[in-house]
Design a binder for this molecule. Structure first.
Ligand SMILES: Nc1ncnc2c1ncn2[C@@H]1O[C@H](COP(=O)(O)OP(=O)(O)OP(=O)(O)O)[C@@H](O)[C@H]1O
Length: 548
């Protein structure tokens, strides 16, 4: 049901066409069967072995109708599924975009990535089984009708046998699925050990006891994974053999039991046996589809739940068009009053309370924020940039208070390089910047020998930590916003460039009218700022050596 809800949520299913195509394909299959029986009967009656061209022609037509119905059904369904999954992905991405950043941090990349990529991929890969199951179920009904037409007793025997065998097969399938899930878990553990080996190769090579312990853990994971896989394969083979035996048993029931309880000619018996031969494949497909669709159903359930959760947590409604982002551009002062933020305690974690913090920055000022590790500087930065919403206090731009109605407008004032910045390979949103300007910035930041501009993308972002930060600041400067916020930007720069940053780049940006708020530990350069605020254990801000 989740799968159906997901696939029809944004794009309606072309149900009428699908039913018609499935019906056409099922009736054509019945036609094939009836024509085979007819031809066999004709040969028996006339005793001639000449080709009956009319029946053969009808047979070819029925085959053509079957193929056409099948192709139409599967193609149409596949394109619907892809469109529906595309829509689901777009909705999730839009929801993530509208999510409050602190909620985004909490939800975690893993869950979002899983739903947006893997779950939707699993659904898209397996969803043709919906069409197959639907068509097969319809075909089973049509063929059972044919068997009923031939013999009531055969119908009852086939129905009872199929139901019992189907039930047992399904139960065994559940056990196989559990084995499959267990094997998946073992694969994950093996994957983690391999990641340890690959990502931690330096630490592994440099410490012998770690190397030995990791080898033991890796060997155990390999063994467990292999055993689980063998178990899965064995169960798969057993299922296959059970299916075959059940099928032969069904034939046996029809051939040995049915004639003992009812009047039946050998011609009827042969017709019923042929119908049983035809029915077995679609029954197998229905059962197989149910098993495969179980995984898609679970994936759809996870995706819908995540989507509902994201909807609930949506921080901001989709922005109204024509919002005027320029209103705050000519601000003179930004004030943060009594800002407080709480990371609640959870289990062993004692939690953290920031604030109350009050500070202000005037246009064209360089404001430094200093403080010990864990004093709350990065958290404060997330609030100052409008990414996190403070639990108490307010932000004002001149005399305008910032709230949910103008938070986007506020954020648009700020270019930032935060501690967990992401460097985009492409210059998204910077189409208006001239390549010469970008080249000049790359030279100013000593990057001209490692990065080039190729079209609208950088030639590489595989740089050293310090170079990546330089490139991120280049992009921030190119964004040309009035306020630049930096979180320990200079920490990874060499002494020479650090000096250049404090003595040349910051004053140059100030001269260009930029306002700068920067977290720094560089006490040698505290004088490069106009003022400094020192954060102590997150509980309060006090003035540093600067004027406040
Ligand atoms: N997402 C989070 N959930 C819970 N607690 C957090 C979270 N992020 C930070 N904290 C806690 O809040 C406190 C302040 O963290 P923050 O990163 O703001 O400090 P900081 O001054 O920037 O530290 P550093 O100088 O080491 O970067 C720390 O005790 C940290 O454990």
């Amino acid at each position: 049901m989740n799968l159906y809800r997901l696939l029809t949520r944004d794009t309606p299913l072309p149900l009428r066409w699908l039913i018609l195509a499935a019906l056409a394909s099922s009736i054509a299959t019945l036609g094939v069967l009836a024509l085979v029986n007819l031809a066999a009967g004709n040969i028996e009656d006339s005793g001639e072995d000449k080709v009956d061209w009319i029946t053969a022609g009808a047979f070819v037509l029925a085959l053509g109708a079957y193929a056409a119905g099948e192709v139409f059904l599967l193609r149409r369904f596949a394109s619907h599924v892809e469109a529906a999954i595309d829509a689901v992905r777009m909705t999730l991405i839009r929801q993530v975009r509208d999510l409050a950043p602190e909620t985004l941090d909490k939800t975690g990349e893993g869950q979002l990535f899983e739903s947006i990529t893997q779950s939707t991929h699993a659904i898209s890969q397996n969803s043709q089984y919906i069409a197959i199951a639907f068509r097969s179920a319809l075909l089973v009904i049509v063929l059972m009708g044919y068997i009923l037409y031939l013999s009531m007793m055969a119908f009852v025997l086939v129905t009872v046998t199929v139901l019992i065998a189907g039930f047992v097969y399904h139960k065994r399938g559940k056990a196989a699925m559990e084995a499959h899930i267990a094997a998946f878990g073992q694969d994950q553990r093996l994957f983690n050990r391999i990641t340890d080996l690959l990502d931690g190769w330096k630490e592994v090579r440099m410490f012998q006891p770690r190397r030995a312990a990791l080898k033991t853990a890796y060997d155990a994971a390999v063994n467990d994974a292999a055993e689980s896989r063998i178990e899965v394969q064995n169960r798969g083979f057993e299922q296959y053999i059970f299916g075959q035996v059940a099928f032969y048993f069904l034939l046996g029931v029809v051939v040995f039991v049915a004639p003992s309880y009812t009047e039946m000619t050998s011609e009827d018996l042969s017709k019923i046996s042929t119908a049983v031969l035809f029915i077995i494949a679609p029954i197998g497909l229905v059962i197989q589809s149910v098993a495969v669709l179980g995984a898609s159903e679970a994936a759809a359930g996870r995706t819908l739940a995540l989507s509902a959760q994201l909807k609930e947590q949506a921080a901001y409604p989709t922005p109204r068009p024509n919002l005027n982002y320029g209103l705050l551009d000519d601000f003179q002062e930004i004030t943060f009053e009594g800002i407080e933020y709480e990371y609640p305690a959870a289990g062993e974690d004692r939690g953290f309370h920031l604030g109350p913090v009050s500070l202000s920055v005037k246009r064209g000022e360089i404001l430094f924020i200093s403080g010990g590790n864990g004093s709350g500087k990065s958290t404060l930065m997330r609030i100052l940039t409008g990414l996190y919403t403070p639990h108490a206090g307010r932000i004002r731009v001149d005399n305008r208070q910032i709230g949910s109605a103008n938070i986007r407008e506020y954020r648009s004032l700020i270019a930032s390089v935060l501690s967990d910045f992401h460097l985009f390979e492409r210059l998204y949103g910077l189409d208006h910047v001239r390549p010469e300007e970008i080249g000049a910035q790359l030279r100013a930041f000593g990057l001209e020998s490692v990065v080039r501009l190729e079209g609208d993308a950088f030639s590489s972002v595989q740089l050293s930590t310090g170079q990546r930060k330089r490139l991120a600041l280049v992009v921030a400067i190119l964004e040309d916003r009035p306020l630049i916020v930096l979180d320990e930007w200079a920490a990874d720069q060499d002494p020479e460039f650090r000096k250049k940053f404090y003595r040349d780049i910051l004053p140059m940006l100030r001269d260009q009218g930029k306002t700068i708020i920067a977290i720094t530990h560089d006490d040698h350069y505290f004088d490069a700022g106009d003022r400094r605020v020192h954060l102590s254990e997150g509980t309060h801000a006090r003035n540093g050596e600067g004027v406040m």
